[in-house]
Design a protein around this ligand. Structure first.
Ligand SMILES: [Fe+2]
Length: 476
């Protein structure tokens, strides 16, 4: 079997990388000042056990700091409880996404009493007040120091909200700065619970609690200025199976191809279920954006026909160049007419959606960026920019380079109001950490967001495994 060249991006990184100054080729804008923090799976081989799935790898934190045309870089493992125990025993001691620890019969019987409780924050980064957190899909964030990348401690919320499963994609209200997220409580009577956190607070306020017999696998949700929108794809969990099957977390979810996608629209101020309906079955990890227009709610999803993408990311399959394609679907939900319609917004495949979220999250927007395959079935090997108004697209790619999540950074000295008034939504740069398989090194590529032309790049000394998500924090 031919091994895809990008497989070096799915191999274990053994050691942290102490801070170093990167050599910049090209022209880095002098206004670019801030820190890009990223997390992703990076340790797959634990010594006595190798994990099964990309999403099981132990988290590596990465930091790119930009100041006066200079870039410094460092990477270190998140010393979560999952990491520390795995490092000690050279095998997992926590239930991960697609791999469980090898357990004796007695250990298995005891494990039945507890739900998966990993704190391996390998999915996304969030800043909550002054706390920098590494997130996964359990409600156990781990705080780290954004300067040194050293792990601080487990982060605890100041409330008693109960639940076992969350998303690593909290959504933010640009007007009041509140964060919103979903916390699913799995039991004999399970509930989808939406909460918000006000700026300065660590106390989650429950907004809405929707009973559900078989919770869906929910990786993200949508937030507009007035509403929370939940898409429940028919990849459903039997709660008892999660408790008693002994199978890895994701294997307890089952695809019901004859069921529908259920859609719930919740008033985010008072938690009222404003509207619920159904649409065709599909699957998505990511919502691109959502907004309100003329009494309707528009939701953009990066949708697959089914959840085969989860299977494709098992480490023994990801190199087969047979990765399912996702396309941008635009749903228009009209609560007054009790109608939902959807259409494809592009023929191209894309994932890891990004936009000018500092100004346009929850608002009508025009430009969407994403990582895309260069040919059908390939891993991400280009970056695309969709103009959703004129329905055309631009792209960037280079032979032997595989891409990652793009991050859009707004050019400075522009307030949200100025940006919205002057329609300068795409004035800024795109940062994306790529893998150059010819040089066997990871490389940060910097792209002008308007033209999608490269403006500069900076090579790392080694190959860093493909990360998942990150966030940019401007220097203040
Ligand atoms: Fe994600």
């Amino acid at each position: 079997m031919v091994i895809a060249p990008y497989m070096s991006g799915f191999q274990t990184l053994s050691d942290p990388i102490p801070e170093l100054v990167l050599e910049v080729q090209g022209n880095l804008p002098l206004w670019l000042s801030g820190t890009l923090l990223r997390t992703g799976p990076a340790k797959f081989d634990l010594g006595k056990q190798t994990v099964n799935h990309w999403f099981d790898g132990l988290s590596l934190l990465q930091r790119f700091s930009f100041h006066n045309g200079r870039i410094t870089y460092a990477a270190d493992f998140l010393r979560s409880e999952a990491y520390n125990k795995a490092a000690q025993e050279k095998r997992l001691r926590s239930n991960e996404f697609g791999t469980n620890p090898p357990l004796s019969l007695l250990e298995r019987l005891m494990a039945v009493l507890t739900l998966p409780k990993t704190d391996n924050g390998n999915v996304n980064i969030a800043r909550l007040n002054d706390h920098y957190l590494s997130l996964t899909e359990t409600p156990f964030p781990v705080e780290f120091n954004p300067q040194t990348l050293s792990t601080v401690s487990a982060f605890t919320f100041a409330d008693n909200l109960k639940g076992q499963i969350t998303t690593a994609h909290p959504q933010y209200d640009l007007v009041d700065g509140s964060a919103y997220n979903l916390l699913t409580n799995v039991s004999t009577t399970s509930h989808y619970q939406f909460y918000h956190l006000r700026p300065g607070s660590q106390k989650r306020h429950l907004i809405a609690s929707l009973p559900v017999a078989q919770p869906g696998y929910i990786h993200s949700f949508a937030l507009t200025q007035s509403y929370i929108v939940l898409f429940e794809f028919p990849l459903l969990l039997n709660p008892l199976e999660l408790l008693f099957s002994g199978k890895p977390y994701i294997e307890n979810y089952h695809w019901h191809k004859n069921k529908t996608t259920r859609i719930f629209v919740i008033d985010k101020t008072n938690g009222t279920l404003v509207f619920s309906s159904q649409s065709d079955p599909c699957f998505a990890f990511h919502h691109a954006n959502a907004y309100e227009e003329n009494g309707s709610i528009v939701v953009d999803l990066i949708a697959y026909e089914d959840p085969a993408i989860i299977q494709a990311f098992y480490l023994n399959k990801v190199g087969s160049a047979n990765i399912p394609q996702a396309r941008l679907r635009r749903y228009t939900i009209s609560p007054t007419n009790k109608k939902i319609v959807w259409q494809f917004k592009t023929d191209s495949s894309l994932e890891m959606p990004a936009l000018n979220s500092a100004c346009y999250a929850g608002r009508k927007y025009r430009y969407l960026y994403g990582a895309a395959p260069h040919f059908q079935g390939d891993f991400f090997s280009s970056l695309i920019k969709l103009d959703l108004q004129n329905e055309n697209e631009l792209s960037w790619s280079e032979k032997d380079i595989y891409t990652g999540e793009p991050t859009f950074i707004q050019a400075p000295n522009t307030s949200i109001a100025d940006t919205l008034n002057n329609e300068i939504e795409d004035q800024g740069v795109i940062l994306t950490l790529c893998l150059d398989t010819k040089k066997s090194k990871s490389v940060l590529i910097m792209i002008d967001a308007q033209s999608m032309q490269e403006i500069g790049r900076a090579y790392l000394p080694v190959t860093i495994p493909f990360a998942l998500h990150g966030q940019f924090f401007p220097h203040q």
